[in-house]
Design a protein around this ligand. Sequence first.
Ligand SMILES: [Zn+2]
Length: 112
Amino acid sequence: MDGVCPLCKREDQVLSLAGYWGGLPPSSENYPKLRQPDGATINYLYAVGVAIVGVLLMVAGGWVLGLLVILAGAGWGFVMNRQVTAAEHKRTIWQRSKWCGRCAHVFDPKAF
Ligand SMILES: [Zn+2]
């Protein structure tokens, strides 16, 4: 049921969260509370840097150590990729979320 508040079962005070939040003054109490979650602040360059160090170590002759460092870089990149996906998922839910002005309740219409 799109746009019906799960708490009060009414829809007359229900707004899109993005629209409601966009109309709030930054000094409002709800402004920081309802803000869209940040995307993952992640720098793939660090993982690439680790992989490059691994390659240099391999070239320098320490191939076991170099290989370990490359694997660490790859694992790190994998973990960061998952964090990005999780952060994007939260942002997507925020985009479609609704706000009930009657209950001051935020809900995801797709979750009901
Ligand atoms: Zn409500």
